[in-house]
Design a protein around this ligand. Structure first.
Ligand code: DLL
Length: 453
């Protein structure tokens, strides 16, 4: 099967725009009538549902961000009565108060439909066996993928996270054909397989659906070669739905956003100005068929660009580039902006080091220091006395030429960097920064120790 829903996935763009406009109008009317918070925001902006006559009018609507969800915690942004909500999910709350989202039965149906499209796009068939190692629980990864697998009618193996050796035994014994997990966990599995003496040809994997964190092309190559499968990037966020907001097709050249459910824009994160196709900026999403918690112009914080260029796979839905990270993941080191994925791209070109790394930023005597811990690959035996010095100097030079700042490279023992079963913690930012935060009209200064998750 090439498509799950060819009619929608390959719909002419003109027809798709008509569908989007009709759904956008309904959504705006719905939130104006049922979410007092939105009604107030729209009044403040001087716009009403009747002012939405074209898709271009979207840009006049107010933005929504995580802070709005926090202010209305837990259920204040729900547009459906609580008796129609059949499930909630929540963010982990590692970067502040957790945010809660609610789903009606129709939302779960639509989510399963979109996830089914993603699975088929990754080559899943009715007789496939999908080992789902995303966490089941408040995190949307586990249940989101699970319902999609059931919709397709393939075999769901709800492995969830943890117990890595058992996961590998299951992969081998159940002959799982597709694995779903974070890309960092995929590499951890590959490492553990090596330690257990299990070769990739003993597994039956043909595809993997990896997401929930940023990952690079270099990382894709490692995963594909170490696990012997084709790796697909899946993107999503709990505020909008969960996994399946977008995913790569077999062309692996951008992630198709399901535009019958979402309208995507990219904005300049500083000015809010809508950017043109191809320009990178902050991804903003409006949900157009969501009932539980419809969101208007939600600032995801993820950096990517969009293209409407036709795709060789035949799907007409807009593609986003692989997100390079979040606006708040961007490190500013000695005035230079750096995304962890830029560092990853450089490190993974060195075959001597493993794809597990950690970035540590300190401020000493008012100067930022960038330290990067990288692991030597366990099959590398430092043959001559200066081997490690030479390697670290090569990596330092390459990094400096790409990111424009110097870093201290620490080559550490194989297997010594903590592995993660979910989203990897790549950055430890120990800088104690004086932040200015206005409270009640006054500006107060407080100290914050930023540890990025
Ligand atoms: O991570 C949903 C998900 C589960 C997506 C499983 C894919 C697979 P949250 O926990 O709400 O939801 O985190 C959402 O994770 O705003 C991005 O910053 C990041 N993220 C998700 N997918 C990708 C990806 C799930 N493919 C946040 N590439 C988002 C880069 C991603 N970042």
């Amino acid at each position: 099967m090439k498509f799950w829903n060819a009619e929608i996935e390959c719909m002419e763009r003109k027809q798709l725009h008509e569908l989007q406009l009709q759904r956008l109008k309904q959504t705006v009317k719905n939130v104006a009538e049922h979410v007092p918070y939105y009604a107030r925001k729209m009044t403040e902006k001087g716009i009403s549902a009747a002012d939405i006559n074209t898709l271009d009018d979207l840009k006049n609507l107010p933005f929504t961000d995580k802070e709005d969800l926090r202010k209305t915690y837990p259920f204040g942004m729900f547009a459906s009565p609580l008796e129609d909500i059949i499930r909630v999910h929540a963010s982990s709350g590692t970067t502040g108060k957790q945010t809660v989202v609610g789903y009606t039965r129709t939302d779960i149906e639509n989510w399963s439909e979109n996830m089914a499209r993603c699975l088929i796009m990754a080559g899943v068939k009715k007789d496939s066996r999908i080992q789902n190692c995303y966490g089941y629980g408040l995190f949307t990864g586990g249940l989101g993928v699970h319902y999609g697998v059931e919709r397709v009618g393939a075999i769901a193996i709800p492995a969830s996270t943890g117990n890595t050796e058992r996961q590998i035994n299951m992969l081998r014994d159940f002959k799982s054909t597709c694995i779903c997990c974070t890309p960092s966990y995929a590499l951890y599995l590959a490492d553990t397989m090596k330690q257990m003496g299990i070769k990739k040809h003993e597994l039956s994997l043909t595809s993997g659906i990896f997401g929930a964190e940023p990952w690079t092309e270099e990382m894709r190559q490692k995963i594909e070669s170490q696990l012997g499968l084709k790796a697909f990037d899946i993107y999503g966020l709990s505020e909008i739905m969960g996994p399946s907001v977008s995913q790569e097709c077999a062309c692996q050249n951008g992630l198709h956003i399901w535009e019958d459910s979402y309208i995507a824009e990219v904005i300049n994160p500083d000015t809010g100005e809508v950017l043109t196709e191809g320009e990178p900026g902050c991804l903003v999403i409006t949900t157009i068929n969501k009932e539980g918690i419809p969101l208007i112009r939600y600032k995801t914080g993820d950096i990517c660009s969009l293209t409407k260029e036709p795709c060789d796979c035949g799907r007409t839905h807009t593609r986003m580039t692989k997100p390079i990270g979040r606006t708040d993941d961007m490190l500013i080191i000695r005035g230079v902006n750096v995304f962890p994925t830029q560092i990853e791209s450089v490190l993974l070109n060195f075959t001597e080091v493993s794809p597990h790394y950690q970035i540590v930023v300190d401020r000493i005597n008012n100067l930022d220091h960038l330290n990067i811990n990288i692991e030597l690959n366990d099959h590398i035996l430092p043959g001559y006395p200066n081997y490690l010095d030479q390697l670290s100097s090569l990596v330092t030079k390459k990094l400096e030429s790409v990111i424009g700042i110097s870093a201290k490279i620490n080559i550490v023992e194989p297997q010594s960097i903590k592995r993660s079963e979910g989203k990897a913690v790549r950055v430890i930012d120990n800088r104690r920064i004086l932040l200015s935060k206005p409270i009640g009209g006054n500006s107060i200064l407080y100290e914050k120790n930023i540890i990025r998750q």
